[in-house]
Design a protein around this ligand. Structure first.
Ligand code: SF4
Length: 439
């Protein structure tokens, strides 16, 4: 039995695909071993969203080579798709597999192991992702023992934000069939999962490639499935938030009012250069619409600092906009120049020290806003889906999340994992965990 070590980088979609690849190997009796151990085969599911992601992908591939110089080292995914030639030249890599070929990992690997082929198996393992319209239908069979399951519902993106490499490595929007998604959710419910998180590269585009009903309709169908008590959605495009979208979701008791609305900048001229298709004012209206319908929903976001041409005035416009919205959580990224994207060749690239200074300002704001949002929960009651037991300062707590994805702990050694309980929030246990008692 050959031993295989796998390492995943990047987003939830990559995580889902990694689980599918691991499952397909286990079904063929490969022994899965920890990545820092000596293995016959190493598989790195790579990422290329930033320069740092590229570097990490190379580091993990070269680490595998050091761990066992005789092993077969396989590079899979986005970094391969973005830099195929470069990865092929890399002496540390034996086999490359691009996106939309992950379901064929085992047959490709076995063909390589049988010596029938080179790094690309005659140029078949990395396809022209931009021209494919086929959704790579990965099926993940999960056993119980967990609470929340991420489900991939679509791949690809048609937006082409000027800084983003993803459409170039993930291709055009391709949606998974409703039947497949619903079948997987039923399977999860049968295995005891209580919450599903719908994920993808651009889930707001779900169904557009098939002229089929979109994300809202899919969420409503999932809400009908017995056993699934909570539905959460991944990152959303602000334009999907309409009165109908918000009102319909608010009618679903199991829908979690937690919206990750990607902003990127709060300044209209920067948004224009980013090729984002909304203004700060329109974004503000969407956030206010969600607040008018859901009361105090969790609104989280992504912000890029130091986008080419970002002046002090533009940054100040973004900072003031964030102050106005007060997000529950902000993921702050320094602009990362990606070869092959329009922004990479834009003039007025911002020096790294200025990017860092601006990021630090927004990160501090983010911490303050998060604490304020959590603080608002104190004294209120909430439904918590408990996930795990944790010992903090020698005391035993059951820890879980509210529907707004606020982390809450209740001091008890009663095993509450995978149960939903009403609690009363009484204060802070730590900076990012609230303390609660039985409601
Ligand atoms: S919406 Fe923009 S940032 Fe998001 S994946 Fe598509 S191109 Fe990239």
């Amino acid at each position: 039995m050959k031993s295989v070590a796998l390492h995943n980088l990047g987003c939830k979609v990559n995580g889902y695909e990694m689980e599918v690849m691991q499952q397909s190997l286990q079904e063929k009796d490969y022994q899965i071993v920890p990545f820092d151990s000596k293995a016959d085969i190493y598989i790195v599911n790579t990422c290329t969203v930033t320069n740092m992601a590229d570097r990490k992908s190379r580091q993990m591939l070269h680490r595998a080579r050091r761990l066992n110089p005789d092993a077969v080292v396989v590079a899979v995914g986005c970094y391969v798709q973005a830099g195929r030639e470069e990865v092929i030249k890399d002496q540390g890599v034996d086999l490359v597999i691009g996106n939309n070929r992950k379901k064929d990992l085992v047959p490709i690997l076995e063909e390589y192991l049988a010596g029938r082929g080179d790094k690309t198996l005659q140029d078949t393992t990395v396809i022209d992702i931009g021209s494919t319209r086929e959704y790579e239908n990965l099926q993940l069979k999960r056993t119980g023992g967990h609470t929340r399951a991420y489900i991939k519902i679509q791949d690809g993106c048609n937006q082409f934000c000027s800084y983003c490499i993803i459409p170039h490595v993930r291709g055009r929007v391709r949606s998974r069939s409703r039947e497949d998604v619903l079948a997987e959710v039923r399977g999860l419910a049968g295995s005891g999962y209580r919450e599903v998180v719908l994920t993808g590269i651009h889930i707001s585009s779900y169904g557009v490639d098939q002229g089929a009903p979109g994300l809202l309709s899919l969420v409503k169908s999932i809400h009908e499935i017995d056993g699934i008590e909570r539905i959460r959605v991944g990152s959303l495009e602000p334009r999907i938030v309409t009165e109908e979208f918000a009102a319909e979701l608010a009618r679903l008791p199991g829908f979690c009012p937690h919206f990750h609305l990607s902003l990127q900048s709060g300044c209209d001229s920067t948004l224009k250069r980013m090729n984002r298709r909304y203004t700060a004012g329109e974004y503000y209206e969407k956030a206010e619409l969600l607040r008018s319908v859901f009361g105090n929903p969790a609104i989280t976001t992504d912000v890029i600092t130091g986008f080419p041409g970002e002046t002090e005035e533009e940054f100040e416009a973004t900072r003031a906009f964030l102050e106005k919205i007060k997000f529950y959580e902000m993921h702050v990224f320094k602009y990362s120049r990606r070869k092959g994207t329009p922004a990479a060749v834009m003039e007025n690239q911002v020096p790294d020290d200025i990017k860092t200074a601006r990021s630090n300002i927004l990160l501090e704001m983010g911490r303050k806003f998060s604490k304020e949002y959590r603080g608002c929960c104190i004294g209120s009651e909430a439904e918590v889906l408990f996930e795990e037991e944790k010992v903090i300062d020698g005391r035993t707590f059951q820890v879980g999340h509210t529907m707004q994805y606020v982390k809450v702990a209740r001091e008890t050694d009663l095993p509450l994992a995978n149960t939903i309980e009403r609690v009363r929030v009484t204060g802070f246990l730590t900076e990012d965990i609230l303390l609660a008692e039985q409601g």
